[in-house]
Write a protein that binds this ligand. Structure first.
Ligand code: ADP
Ligand code: MG
Length: 240
């Protein structure tokens, strides 16, 4: 579904992505792990063109994202992204946060957008929060709203950049449970995470990134039991 060929990204003189080649199947769940500064966020951001790749090719199905002629807006609608710091609209209720883009971008009627939002709120366990403002929610609740908001655009692919890193420990579980549910439903996903137990249980494939390269792409059992590279071995010693 996603094909990446020799992707590079350079900021000034700093080459942050040093030639990434991979492909993600439909329904595959990828956990992207690696040291801070290794390029994980940059890689995700290139996948939905929040960053412009310096060179290389990214295709999603038959659409080449890196072609000049591609409609970036249309591509982004197919790819949902959830960030560490939620980015909810503070002046809107939960309901309005979720219905805003489907109405404005997809032209859904108020009624249809609301119906969809209610179904999604139920899915993330927040049916009773539709009329609340974000400031009244816990971090875990905010993140679940952010996930519902993203899903309201009916993306084919979901990207998560450290979705639980800003949360108090007791809220991590509820957010991971929602992501795990999405994984089980067949959503294609890439998740940057420091939650190794979650990565092991939820992912089909672990991508280990170090210094701008994908050093390993292996099933979790293999990665955690017997990492191939010295770098991954050292990383695991530090985090496990
Ligand atoms: P990770 O998510 O793995 O911690 P990032 O992708 O955020 O890594 O960053 C990788 C490198 O790219 C870091 O050295 C960071 O300083 C640099 N970087 C990221 N974004 C920018 C930017 N907008 N401008 C300049 N340098 C950046
Ligand atoms: Mg990052």
């Amino acid at each position: 579904m996603i094909n990446v060929t020799e992707l590079t990204k350079t900021y000034g003189k700093n080459q942050v992505l040093k030639g990434i080649t991979t492909h993600v199947r439909q329904g595959e769940v990828v956990a992207l792990i690696g040291p801070s500064g290794s390029g994980k966020s940059t890689f995700l951001r290139c996948l939905n063109l929040l960053e412009k790749p310096t060179s290389g090719i990214i295709t999603i199905d038959d659409i080449e994202l890196t072609s000049k002629h591609t409609d970036i807006g249309a591509v982004r609608q197919r790819i949902g992204m959830v960030f560490q710091h939620f980015h909810l609209f503070p002046h809107m209720t939960v309901m309005d946060n979720i219905t805003f883009a489907p109405r404005k971008v997809k032209g859904l009627s108020a009624e249809a957008a609301k119906e969809r939002a209610l179904a999604l709120l139920e899915r993330v366990g927040l049916s009773d929060k539709a009329d609340s403002y974000p400031s009244r929610l816990s971090g875990g609740q905010k993140q679940r709203v952010a996930i519902a908001r993203s899903l309201a655009m009916e993306p084919d692919i979901m990207l998560f950049d450290e979705p639980t890193s800003a949360l108090d420990p007791e809220m991590v579980k509820e957010v991971l449970a929602v992501i795990q549910g999405l994984a089980s439903s067949g959503m294609t996903m890439l998740i940057v995470t420091h939650e190794m137990k979650f990565a092991r249980e939820a992912a089909d494939t672990i991508y280990f990134m170090d210094d701008g390269k994908l050093v390993e792409q292996t099933p979790p059992e293999q990665f955690f039991a017997n990492p191939q590279s010295e770098r991954a071995r050292r990383f695991l010693e530090q985090v496990l």
